[in-house]
Design a protein around this ligand. Structure first.
Ligand SMILES: Nc1ncnc2c1ncn2[C@@H]1O[C@H](COP(=O)(O)OP(=O)(O)OP(=O)(O)O)[C@@H](O)[C@H]1O
Ligand SMILES: [Mg+2]
Length: 147
């Protein structure tokens, strides 16, 4: 599987990359985001939502656990940091959300690796050389040809 490494130098650039990636996502896609507090996962989901024609403001999921937005397909946003255990995550029913043709974004995916579908696009966030730089490792490469 090919991996794409992308550098971003600002939150706006991260949103722009996410937007372009999201334009390639089809119904049933799962995007798993890995990285610590402040890595830029929510910024990424904001940009991706734009790429899926969501007009609402994207906020971190809170007590509701999962946020839903209306875009060209239903967009779901969950943060595993707020969920206690993998069994609790399993009760969220990842599959059911996708059955309606939605796209699902998962923050803190490392906390629920066991319930991620094999087809998930995994995006790992690493710090860059300066404060506003991030390095994103995207697997599989959504821009690879012939896939
Ligand atoms: N290149 C960048 N990409 C994304 N965010 C950046 C970048 N440079 C600086 N930032 C800042 O880093 C912070 C990222 O916050 P964000 O809420 O997206 O992180 P997160 O990974 O979702 O954290 P959490 O685990 O708390 O949900 C924001 O304050 C943003 O302005
Ligand atoms: Mg977040």
């Amino acid at each position: 599987m090919k991996t794409r490494i992308v550098r971003t130098g600002s939150p706006a650039e991260t949103r722009q990359i996410a937007r372009r990636l999201a334009q390639r996502l089809g119904a049933g896609a799962v995007v798993a985001l890995y990285g610590p507090l402040g890595a830029g996962k929510t910024e990424f989901v904001r940009g991706a939502a734009r790429g899926l024609d969501v007009r609402e403001v994207v906020r971190s999921p809170g007590y509701t656990l999962i946020n839903e937005y209306r875009g060209r397909v239903p967009v779901f946003h969950v943060d595993f940091y707020r969920i206690g255990s993998e069994s609790e995550m399993a009760t969220l029913g990842v599959e059911e959300y996708l059955e309606c043709g939605g796209v699902l974004f998962i923050e803190w995916a490392e906390r629920g690796e066991g319930i991620l579908p094999e087809s998930a696009i995994r995006i790992r966030f690493f710090p860059g050389e300066h404060e506003n730089e991030r390095v994103l490792e995207i697997e599989p490469d959504p821009w690879a040809e012939g896939e």
